[in-house]
Design a protein. Structure first.
Length: 594
């Protein structure tokens, strides 16, 4: 989901644990057949490590109004923001939590018209409408979308305002009134012929209502009349002028010139409405005036409009003036050392290692005090970029080599590092469902020189031999398993969607038992007494279970105070201390369990 090499940043001194002045005693919830209160374990809050510290923005979508106000779909922070023309923030809105008006889940694009802001709230499959002046939520359209990736404001053939919504998987453009009434659908089978599209990402109209589409997988601009009749488009794959590699965003100015966010080439190209190339804005790279992962383009009002590009993993918006000179940067900040944006995986082995997922890095802390020590990684992918991460979700320490293995989740691989954050050059896996392939591994644990892996989208658990890089066994039959732990020759699996814990023979992978009654568990850890600690994520609670699945201890609820959680994820135990990745509260909570 890199934007820059984190190890090149100046460290932020003094980031350490916040020691609480009080002790939180967890409530003990007893099962009917459970132990007496006197036998129940007690948990005590010890400290918090980290806390919120996001980049200024992770912009995936943007639009600009006639006054030059810039509106940003801040995907990585699940928020929406507005900035004055001089770059100062006017408002910012959005919180984590269950689906509700004013909350966002992976907002991917934004459009503004008539004093209203329309947000492509992708994770919730909807369009939300906000007040442009304040950001206050006004409504959510009842229409339930598929995989939306773009929203834009335009006009139809009669010059009336419309909202265009792009669905990539359904391969179509939906045209609505500003109140959410569907007017027409422009759809096609996947293909590259006239009138066909392949995973479109965005659409825009000119003053006559003609529709221009960023036809992502066809590396071209597709064009339709206001009623959806196919018209000649332009573009082929390449890096020469007039060519594209993965065009992602598109907009049209008052003079009917077309601007295309040519994402993989890191540039915005300008064309006449007939496809004649005119000029470009920006260049590909990781510099402050370059696009690292360009997503969208927006143009201002007038015949000589400002041009804006949303650089998702560069964490900034760049503004250009005609005919292409850089003018201003919006955002550009990065997450501070020691802070988190959705911490997920934990490994405690003399030091605490945390996968800081949205910030695309791993951080290391002093286990006793919580003091930050180092960060490594950046947004990236490919065999030549082994420091690159794509939403890493877990990690583990291999004691045989004293190295780290990171579940580089959306790169579908396992990557090895030294404890100082240096890539060793080794990685395992590639995306797929084959024997030595993975699809979004969320959980990983080292044991006996091997790795046990929760291969989440493939709904299976695998044991990998690190000496040969091959799998020893594979066990299927799971439903989105997200964490694993091992002790005493048994592998314990948090089988998330199946709402259960499954036990496997560590040597063979054979199922030896299971118990349910859980609520989307995403974390699991084992203490020295045989207790099974589970992040019961669906209820925002932490549970201690017996080996038979009988509940011994339960504490927590939705909240941000100590003893409450917002999407607790992976767990780790070191001695008598329980470490909890409190994902949406952007912190690690530490409890005594002895």
């Amino acid at each position: 989901m890199g934007r820059r090499r984190w190890t090149n940043r100046a460290p932020v001194a003094g980031v350490s644990a916040r020691i609480a002045v009080g002790i939180f005693l967890a409530a003990v919830l007893m099962a009917a057949s459970g132990p007496s209160t006197a036998e129940a374990a007690e948990t005590a809050y010890l400290r918090t490590i980290g806390g919120p510290g996001h980049a200024t923005m992770y912009p995936s979508g943007l639009d600009v109004d006639a006054l030059g106000t810039v509106y940003v779909a801040d995907t990585g922070n699940d928020q929406v923001a507005a900035y004055r023309a001089d770059g100062t923030q006017i408002w910012r809105t959005g919180t984590h939590g269950p689906r509700a008006l004013g909350r966002f889940n992976n907002p991917r694009d934004i459009a503004v018209i008539g004093g209203r802001v329309y947000v492509d709230d992708t994770g919730y499959n909807r369009i939300q409408v906000l007040d442009a002046a304040t950001g206050a939520p006004l409504s959510a359209w009842p229409f339930r979308f598929g995989s939306t990736l773009g929203v834009s404001a335009g006009v139809d053939g009669a010059g009336l305002p419309v909202i265009l919504v792009t669905e990539d998987i359904n391969n179509r453009i939906l045209v609505f009134t500003p109140t959410g009434a569907l007017l027409r659908t422009i759809a096609s089978e996947i293909g590259s012929g006239l009138g066909q599209m392949n995973a479109p990402r965005d659409a825009a109209t000119d003053s006559a209502g003609n529709i221009y589409v960023a036809d992502y997988n066809n590396n071209r601009v597709a064009k339709f009349s206001p009623t959806g009749v196919p018209l000649p488009g332009w573009g082929t794959r390449g890096s020469a002028t007039g060519q594209f590699i993965r065009p992602y965003g598109i907009d049209v100015d008052a003079s009917n010139r077309v601007y295309v966010a040519d994402s993989a080439n890191g540039r915005i190209q300008q064309f006449a409405g007939t496809g004649t190339y005119l000029r470009k804005y920006g260049s590909n790279g990781t510099g402050p005036l370059q696009f690292f992962q360009l997503r969208r383009v927006a143009v201002g009002a007038g015949t000589v409009p400002a041009v804006y590009g949303a650089d998702l993993w560069g964490a900034k918006v760049l503004q250009f003036r005609q005919p292409g000179a850089y003018q201003r940067t919006y955002g550009g900040g990065t997450g501070a050392d020691g802070s988190f944006n959705e911490p997920s995986g934990l490994a405690v082995d003399g030091q605490l290692f945390v996968t800081d997922s949205v910030n695309q890095r791993v951080q290391r802390f002093d286990t006793a005090t919580g003091a930050w020590q180092l960060s490594f990684g950046h947004r990236g992918w490919g065999k030549l970029d082994l420091l690159g991460f794509n939403w890493p979700r877990d990690l583990t320490v291999d004691h045989a080599t004293d190295t780290l293995w990171v579940a580089d989740t959306k790169n579908s691989r396992l990557t090895q590092f030294t404890r100082q954050g240096l890539a060793t050059g080794r990685f395992l896996g590639a995306v797929g469902a084959g024997t030595e392939q993975l699809h979004w591994p969320f959980g990983i644990v080292a044991t006996g020189g091997d790795l046990i892996v929760a291969d989440t989208v493939n709904n299976r658990i695998q044991r990998w031999d690190l000496a040969t890089g091959t799998t020893i066994w594979t066990q299927t039959g799971f439903s989105s398993p997200k964490d694993v732990a091992v002790a005493g020759g048994t592998v314990y699996v948090a089988d998330t969607i199946a709402n259960r814990v499954v036990k496997l023979n560590a040597a063979t992978g054979a199922v030896t038992g299971s118990f349910g009654g859980l609520h989307q568990p995403e974390g699991i850890a084992l203490d020295a007494t045989g207790g099974i600690w589970v992040a019961d994520t669906g209820t925002n609670r932490i549970l201690k279970l017996s080996s038979a699945g009988i509940q011994l201890v339960a504490f927590g609820q939705l909240g941000a105070e100590h003893g409450t959680f917002n999407l607790p994820g992976h767990l780790e135990i070191s001695g008598t201390q329980l470490f909890i990745a409190d994902t949406f509260n952007d912190r690690i909570e530490v409890y005594s369990i002895g």
